[in-house]
Ligand binder design. Structure first.
Ligand code: SF4
Length: 283
C-alpha cells in the first residue's frame, strides 16, 4: 500500500463527531473513577449530550472530571454506524433502532481497530506472501463493515481477530528483526521481548528501548521521558499516564490514538505521522 492510499485509509478511521449520533456518549457506560465523575449505564445518553449530538462541556471535559472522554477514540466507527449501517436514521427520531445501534457501535469500533492495524501493517516493507494475506484480511474486514446490523452482532470477534493477530505478530517480528540487525551493537533478539511485562511506574527516562516488543505490556505511569522508542511494538500496551515527554516514537508500531491520549507528553514528543498530538498535553 503506497503512502497516499494509506493516508486515505486512515482518514476513514478518523472520528467525525459531526456525522455521528453521539454514539460513544450514549452506547458506552461510565463508572466513577479518575476518568469519569458519574456512573452511567450503557445505552443511556450522557446528561451533557445535547439534542444536536454535541457535547455541552466539550471545552472543559478534563476540568469537569471527564478525562475518559478526551482519551476515547472510536476510529470512525461512530459516523460509520450512524451514516452507513443505519443510513442516517438517528436513535432520537427512531427510538426502536437505538438498542441495536448501541450494540453495533462497539462491534464496529473493534472492526475499525483491526482495519487500522492492517492498514499500518501494509505500510511496511514485507515479503509478498505477507502483503497478500494482509490485503485479503483488509478486504474481508471492509466487506464486513458494510453488512447489516444483525450480521455484525452475530460475529465472533475473537475468531475474527485470531488470523490478524497471528499476522501482526509475524510482521512485528520481521520489522523489528530488520531494525535490530542495523543497530550498531544489537543485543540478542530475546532481550527485546517484553510482551505482557509489568513496568508500571518504572523509571525509563532517556533509555534506548528501540525495537522492544511491548505487546500487552503494562507501562502505566512509567517514566519514558526522552526515551528512544523507535520501532517499538506497542500493540495492546497500557500507556495510561506514562510520561512520553521528549520521547521519540517516530516509527513505533501499532500505536493507537487512544493509547497516546491516555499518556502524558509535550511538544517535544515525536509521534508517528498518523497520530495527533493531544490537545491536553503540556507545552
Ligand atoms: S461529557 Fe460530553 S463527550 Fe463525554 S460522554 Fe458526555 S456528552 Fe459525550
Amino acid at each position: 500500500m503506497n503512502h497516499e492510499t494509506a493516508q486515505n485509509s486512515r482518514k476513514r478511521l478518523t472520528a467525525d463527531c459531526s456525522k455521528c449520533f453521539g454514539l460513544c456518549c450514549t452506547a458506552l457506560n461510565m463508572i466513577v473513577s479518575s476518568d469519569f465523575p458519574i456512573n452511567k449505564a450503557a445505552g443511556t445518553p450522557c446528561d451533557h449530550l445535547q439534542s444536536n449530538y454535541a457535547c455541552r462541556i466539550h471545552r472543559n471535559l478534563r476540568e469537569k472530571g471527564f478525562k475518559g472522554c478526551t482519551v476515547y477514540d472510536c476510529l470512525g466507527a461512530g459516523q460509520f454506524v450512524s451514516q452507513i449501517t443505519f443510513k442516517g436514521q438517528n436513535w432520537r427520531d427512531h427510538p426502536k433502532l437505538g438498542t441495536i445501534m448501541f450494540q453495533v457501535f462497539p462491534v464496529m469500533e473493534q472492526i475499525h481497530e483491526m482495519i487500522a492495524y492492517t492498514v499500518e501493517a501494509l505500510s511496511y516493507d514485507l515479503p509478498h506472501a505477507l502483503t497478500d494475506k494482509l490485503s485479503s484480511q483488509l478486504k474481508k474486514l471492509r466487506d464486513i463493515t458494510k453488512c447489516e446490523a444483525e450480521y455484525l452482532l452475530s460475529l465472533d470477534l475473537v475468531k475474527l481477530r485470531a488470523p490478524l493477530n497471528e499476522l501482526l505478530t509475524k510482521i512485528s517480528a520481521s520489522v523489528r528483526a530488520n531494525y535490530i540487525e542495523k543497530l550498531p551493537t544489537p543485543k540478542s533478539y530475546e532481550e527485546y521481548d517484553h510482551g505482557g511485562s509489568d513496568w508500571i511506574g518504572k523509571q525509563l527516562s532517556g533509555k534506548d528501548l528501540r525495537a522492544f516488543h511491548f505487546r500487552g505490556a503494562y507501562l502505566i505511569a512509567a517514566d519514558l521521558r526522552r526515551a528512544d522508542l523507535r520501532a517499538v511494538d506497542f500493540i495492546g500496551a497500557d500507556l495510561r499516564d506514562a510520561d512520553l515527554s521528549g520521547a521519540n516514537l517516530m516509527t513505533s508500531m501499532f500505536l493507537t490514538q487512544m493509547q497516546i491520549n491516555s499518556a502524558k507528553g509535550n511538544v517535544k514528543t515525536i509521534l508517528p505521522f498518523y497520530i495527533q498530538r493531544p490537545l491536553h498535553w503540556s507545552h
